[in-house]
Design a protein around this ligand. Structure first.
Ligand code: PMP
Length: 338
């Protein structure tokens, strides 16, 4: 029997990152989450959240799933929802990449763009999606639920039960360290929980972009953010329910100037075109490798594919506008006017 679309979510390959491994004397591997059908790590969260709601009897055929998302969770939810006979209503900050908004539209999500305002503002996309779900639960004939990826621990539990176990099997138990960035914290806290249960002395590290508050939280106890990042889908300002009870062994704050050259070198030297959060993750893996010393096996996450950011990360005019260096080859290869 060949698999359904849903059965192709997860069980992604673990790819050896050649340059990062050679530079550190460690084996650095990336979990190829961009190979999921919705092309990101968030297909897993979409699937776990919908299956959990079904188990609780909260979803009926034709029901609506509402979510606030930087895009990838909306894509993951929509792929799964369409395959199972549900609808999605997705609230996205207008600052997110056009490619992700287009992907949501062509997948059949009902898309609502809102201004990007901080979480404390009642018009923040997450809060708008929560209110909308409440209203739709009353008016929709087949009901509506709020996926609530940030505080719904079905997200974290799913990573504990699948992503962590896959990494354990794929490294044959040799994994010594795991590191990634946080959007909801589902990936980091879930994989940490799953791997720590198998190997209590494994080292878990947070790779935080500038503009996020968790690096400061885990190093000084204070939620404080400084600077900014062009990465999308990561950079958390609070301790979400998915992060409750979790603590990393190490925390790193990674500027875009460290992450972007890694992304560009992967394109040119390894045939991998990946999104900005993956650059933060691999920079974090390199820092953890240096911290632990040569000979260790370190795993991180290749979150999504680079074409999702063609108009930003791979656009010389955008990079220049942000004061970031533009690699020579990109000037020749990409000509998108802005
Ligand atoms: N990278 C990208 C591109 C994402 O969209 C997300 C999810 N928002 C993450 C990383 C972080 O994953 P998580 O929500 O599990 O922390």
């Amino acid at each position: 029997m060949q698999p359904s679309v849903i059965e192709t979510i997860g069980n992604t390959p673990l790819i050896r990152l050649r340059r990062a491994s050679e530079e550190t004397g460690c084996e650095i591997y990336g979990k190829a989450e961009f190979m999921n059908p919705g092309q990101s790590v968030k297909d897993r969260a979409g699937l776990f959240i919908i299956r959990d709601a079904e188990r609780r009897g909260l979803l009926s055929p034709g029901g609506v799933i509402v979510e606030g998302t930087a895009g990838n969770t909306g894509i993951g939810l929509t792929v799964v929802a369409k395959a199972l006979g549900y609808r999605t209503v997705i609230v996205i900050p207008e600052t997110q990449s056009q490619e992700k908004k287009d992907a949501l539209r062509v997948l059949g999500a009902e898309l609502i763009e809102v201004p990007a305002v901080p979480y404390r503002n009642p018009n923040n996309y997450v809060k708008v999606s929560g209110r909308l779900a409440e209203a739709l639960a009353r008016s929709e004939p087949n009901g509506a639920i709020w996926a609530n990826q940030f505080d719904n621990v079905a997200n974290r539990n799913g990573h504990r039960e699948t992503t962590a176990q896959e990494i354990w099997r794929q490294t044959e138990g040799r994994v010594d360290g795991f590191v990634c960035a946080v959007g909801t914290g589902g990936t980091l806290a879930g994989v940490a929980e799953g791997l720590r249960a198998r190997k209590p002395d494994i080292k878990i590290a947070l790779a935080d972009p500038m503009g996020a508050a968790l690096y400061s939280y885990y190093t000084s106890g204070e939620l404080k953010a400084e600077g900014s990042s062009i990465t999308e889908g990561i950079g958390q300002g609070r301790v979400t329910a998915n992060l409750e009870g979790f603590r990393p062994d190490f925390s790193y704050q990674i500027p875009d100037s460290e992450a972007l050259p890694i992304i560009f070198s992967l394109v040119q030297e390894e045939g991998l075109c990946l999104g900005g959060s993956t650059g933060i993750n691999i920079a974090g893996a390199i820092r953890l490798a240096r911290e632990m010393g040569p000979g260790h096996t370190i795993v991180t996450v290749l979150c999504d594919y680079g074409t999702r950011y063609q108009s930003k990360l791979f656009n010389p005019a955008f990079l220049r506008e942000k004061g970031l260096p533009v690699p020579d080859w990109m000037e020749k290869a990409v000509t998108i006017p802005v």
